[in-house]
Design a protein around this ligand. Structure first.
Ligand SMILES: Cc1ncc(COP(=O)(O)O)c(C=O)c1O
Length: 442
């Protein structure tokens, strides 16, 4: 029986989400739209299977087809990234990163990663993450100009001699200096791990430098610029095997049985499909277009007087610094853009004067809009809408008194619900979006 007939409650919610995705502009840089083939693979009977272990070495019978699909995903990953070993089983980016710790460190070891408010990820040692609790985290920062402070990384690495150094981020708009991290790690004999969760698709397309010649291990999610299902991969490079010839086995053992149970075989099938798509010439073009669109959107915003961290971008994302209008304004901007159907996320900026919950910036990116076929002229139009929305938000300030903040945001929400200019912009955005189909939503 079809979902529509069997469970009308779930079907109704799904339809509402389908409408939201079709009728709005998605600018969250970590999101994308998968192809119909990826969606189809995810919705297959591979979800019925248990297959703890690895191809040819399973704890359950009946895995001959699962073995084939997992080997295919591994082969495609190794070929695409030019690495000797790929593990495609991590459930998502966070467990993939945790597995790297298990494979390379002992609890209590010193590790280094980019500070979270400076754009780094939770799993690179932030205090509330398991990685900041079980390991001794020494964070490095970005400079006032928004670029990674490589001198500080050198200084901290020599002083603390970490076992593991991360390079990779969740909100960083410039090219990563992988070669510098390799030199630093080499000098102190640390493991150097590149987390390319955000930029994997750009790396495949040649629109961002590859970390493979420099890092020992590379982790990535599969659902961002790579345009696959929600999942992750851990790649061991030749450099990694040269440092530790058991590194690949250690990584595999860290995923299973160290951290996970049975792999999600339907996801593995969909990862194989996404990797197959990423091997096509059209994907290279896609990666370059994502960056061209990102530069066009950044240019359109700066032309309209917005301040961007580092004054631009090298990749798929940009960070608006809204502090000229007062600290903590990211939340107002996110809410007002949501009202017109433009989805972004509030984000901290380097040297954040407010807090992660009430940050002073907004993070935007172009992977999803580019998948829909939008180009530079559409980015110009989106920049003009963002400027219009900003005018409506201009007078809103975050109260200094923390108790007054939540009520202030509540009344702001009511005000924008009734704002006629925003309501008319919402209709314009909807009409525009319907001209750019989202795969799997028609
Ligand atoms: C750089 C980086 N690493 C890891 C992750 C974690 O991925 P997941 O959300 O799939 O656990 C993210 C997600 O935002 C990320 O940006």
């Amino acid at each position: 029986m079809q979902l529509r007939d069997q469970d009308s409650e779930v079907f109704r919610i799904l339809e509402a989400e389908r409408r939201r995705q079709r009728e709005g502009v998605e600018l969250i840089p970590s999101e994308n739209y998968v192809s119909e083939a990826v969606l189809e693979a995810m919705g297959t009977i591979f979800t019925n299977k248990y297959s703890e272990g690895y191809p040819g070495r399973r704890y359950y019978g009946g895995n001959e087809h699962v073995d084939e699909i997992e080997r295919l995903a591994q082969t495609r990953a190794k070929q695409l990234f030019s690495v000797p070993h790929a593990n495609v089983q991590p459930y998502s980016g966070s467990p993939a990163n945790l597995a790297v710790y298990l494979a390379t460190c002992q609890p209590g070891d010193i590790i280094m990663g980019q500070n979270l408010p400076d754009g780094g990820h939770l799993t690179h040692g932030w205090k509330v993450s398991a990685t900041g609790t079980y390991y001794r985290s020494v964070p490095y920062h970005v400079k006032a100009d928004g670029y990674i402070d490589v001198d500080e990384v050198w200084r901290l690495a020599r002083e603390h001699r970490p076992r593991l150094i991360w390079c990779g981020a969740t909100a960083y708009v410039r090219e990563f200096p992988f070669e510098k991290f390799a030199e630093i790690a080499e000098e102190i004999s640390a493991f150097f791990v590149a987390d390319i969760a955000h930029i994997a698709g750009l790396v495949i397309a040649g629109a961002h430098k590859s970390p493979v010649p420099y890092a020992h291990v590379v982790t990535t999610t599969t659902h961002k610029t790579l345009r696959g299902p929600r999942g992750a991969m851990i790649l061991v490079t030749q450099r990694g095997l040269d440092k530790d010839d058991e590194l690949a086995e250690r990584i595999d053992r860290a995923i299973f049985p160290g951290l996970q149970g049975g792999p999600h075989d339907h996801t593995t099938a969909a990862i194989a499909v996404a990797l197959g798509e990423a091997m096509q010439p059209a994907f290279k073009e896609y990666g370059h277009r994502v960056v061209a669109n990102s530069k066009a959107l950044a240019g359109g915003l700066m032309k309209r007087g917005f301040k961007l961290v580092t004054n631009g971008t090298d990749n798929h994302m940009m960070l608006m610094d809204l502090t000229p209008g007062g600290p903590g304004r990211g939340v107002f901007m996110q809410e007002a853009l949501d009202r017109v159907g433009i989805t972004v996320n509030k984000n901290t900026i380097p040297g954040e004067p407010s807090s992660p919950f009430y940050p002073s910036g907004v993070r935007l990116g172009t992977p999803a809009a580019t998948t829909r076929g939008m180009r530079e002229q559409e980015m110009e139009r989106i920049a003009s809408w963002i400027a219009l929305v900003a005018e409506e938000v201009e007078a809103s300030k975050l109260p200094d008194d923390s108790k007054a903040r939540s009520p202030a945001i509540k009344s702001f929400r009511q005000a924008i619900e009734q704002n006629r200019r925003l309501a008319s912009l919402r209709n314009e955005v909807r009409e525009f979006c319907l001209k750019f189909p989202v795969p799997g939503t028609t």
